[in-house]
Design a protein around this ligand. Structure first.
Ligand code: ZN
Length: 137
């Protein structure tokens, strides 16, 4: 199946700069200007100090599998030849409370175990959309 046939993520006010960076194959995090805390997913307010000021900073692009699901259900006809596929929740190496989703690529789901080291890869779907996926490292 082609990624082109899938529904697309919809950027919102806070995540739009993140999606634009992903389009450039850059993985970014927000760093609070008030207390320095890194955060993801993007949001307007720091959970720690309530500051509204932040800057975007590069993420390492690596992490470890925290959890996952293996989808066997064909939710859309265009996904019929994709199942089963694994969707990962990755704990970023940048911080214990930084969790990011993405599909597993370049490996079968049976390699998955808690703590498996992974790295981000960028999948260009079309001229407007790029997705973050994860492969074992
Ligand atoms: Zn803060």
């Amino acid at each position: 199946m082609s990624l082109r046939q899938r529904p697309r993520p919809q950027a919102d006010r806070d995540s739009a700069p993140w999606w634009e960076a992903v389009r450039r194959h850059e993985l970014l995090l927000q760093r609070c200007a008030g207390c320095g805390t890194l955060r993801f997913p993007p949001r307007a307010v720091c959970n720690r100090c309530r500051s509204l000021e932040y800057a975007w900073t590069p993420a390492a692009g690596t992490g470890r599998v925290y959890s996952w699901i293996v989808n066997h259900q064909v939710f859309l006809p265009s996904m019929a030849d994709e199942v089963p596929f694994a969707v990962l929740l990755v704990r970023l190496d940048d911080g214990d409370d930084l969790l990011m989703y993405g599909n597993l690529v370049d490996a079968a789901p049976d390699v998955l175990r808690p703590g498996l080291p992974v790295e981000a890869v960028f999948a260009d779907v079309d001229d407007e959309t790029t997705l973050v996926q994860w492969r074992p490292r």
